[in-house]
Design a binder for this molecule. Structure first.
Ligand SMILES: [Zn+2]
Length: 379
């Protein structure tokens, strides 16, 4: 057997052994259903719309995560755009869609995988969590269940098990951005949570032009975040919090889409933008990015209507009133104060507040050695 034939045979055997996409045989609305994706199986210069089957719900109706794949040429980098773990965070879903559709697969170097409704049950309910009425009922935050335990032990870990083993962890992604936003009644600016120990995560901070980069040290065992789980298998990943809950904000979506383009250009997947407006927007934003490492949460002790006295990104001083609680007669019954100097990283939008709600996040730089690497918290 000639060498070239032998090497061809070997490579075809290797190819076969890695050909692992599992099709269930079902087709929904013209798109195939899978339970496992292997990017290697897809042809070059192709666009694929798929459904990734996840566990059936409590009445036995199947659920499917919508999945889009654009595969270019040259093997190349593999970029995962994820969104939709939380059903009240729409901006990120739109960023994933816009970014995906902006790519010309005939000119793409590498592959982009886009996930829009990662927790279809939460999306269908329009709220952060998947709500189940089985047994005594409960809520499941899918993005707290990537704890990397070998086998699922409950509905939460079962919902992440297939996604983790057959989509997120087995495709050798080069980088990932997991899109989020503030919860239903809250607001965030343009904000990144990221692990400071990962080299390319720091590069994504630089490329972001975000309002705030919140520096952290993550552990999937503790948090169950996809971000931390992927970082632990050497897929640099950030959690990207984009604006308000239950909103589609055109300015935030455009800004975030431009950030995704910069990451793909940095990975040499697409050419860098030549749009002067986009470049100048980024340069202006980048100069203002705040890298912060400590968080204080201001809460109300008394339930009632809460009226914020500060806005996102305001600079505040320790002891400053950030919100008032009023009673049904309109009297101020509580002043909510920040314990620390810092910047307003989250403030509520829906005023109706049970006691001990998170009213504002105040974040700052703590130069203390123990906080230098991020993740400090002021109770
Ligand atoms: Zn979220």
């Amino acid at each position: 057997m000639k060498f070239s034939t032998l090497s061809l045979l070997i490579s075809s055997i290797i190819g076969l052994s890695y050909s692992q996409t599992i099709y269930t045989g079902d087709v929904l609305e013209g798109n195939k259903v899978i339970t496992k994706l292997d990017i290697n199986d897809l042809p070059e210069k192709s666009v694929s719309y798929l459904w990734f089957k996840v566990p059936a719900n409590m009445v036995g109706i199947n659920s499917h995560v919508p999945l889009m794949v654009k595969k270019g040429t040259n093997g190349g980098p593999r970029f995962l755009l994820n969104s939709g773990f939380h059903g009240d965070e729409y901006n990120g879903i739109r960023v994933v869609q816009d970014t995906f559709h902006s790519i010309d697969e005939s000119k793409l170097n590498g592959t982009v995988v886009a996930v829009t409704y990662a927790s279809p049950g939460a999306i269908a309910g329009g709220r952060m969590f998947y709500v189940t009425n089985s047994a005594t009922g409960g809520i499941v935050d899918v993005n707290r269940n990537f704890k990397l335990s070998p086998e699922p032990t409950d509905i939460g870990s079962l919902m992440t098990d297939g996604l983790w083993k057959n989509l997120y962890s087995n495709n050798n992604f080069t980088a990932c951005v997991d899109m989020h936003g503030a919860s239903a009644g809250d607001s965030y600016p343009n904000l990144i949570y990221g692990d400071v120990r990962i080299e390319y995560t720091n590069r994504m901070f630089e490329l972001s032009g975000a309002d705030i980069v919140k520096l952290e040290i993550g552990s999937a065992k503790n948090t169950g975040y996809l971000e931390d789980a992927l970082n632990q298998i050497n897929v640099p990943t950030i959690s990207y919090e984009i604006g308000y809950g239950l909103s589609m904000q055109a300015d935030q979506i455009k800004r975030s889409n431009e950030f995704m383009q910069r990451i793909m250009a940095d990975l040499k997947m697409i050419p860098p933008t030549t749009d002067k407006d986009s470049i100048s927007r980024f340069e202006a934003a980048q100069k203002k990015t705040l890298a912060l490492n400590e968080l204080h949460i201001a809460k109300n002790n008394i339930g009632g209507i809460v009226i914020p006295c500060v806005s996102l990104l305001d600079k505040v001083e320790a002891g400053q009133v950030v919100a008032h609680v009023i009673n049904p007669y309109g009297h101020v019954i509580e002043e909510i104060k920040t314990k620390v100097d810092g910047y307003v990283m989250m403030i509520i939008r829906n005023p109706a507040s049970d006691p001990l709600r998170n009213i504002a996040f105040i974040s700052r730089v703590n130069p203390d050695e123990s906080c230098k690497l991020g993740g400090c918290f002021v109770p």
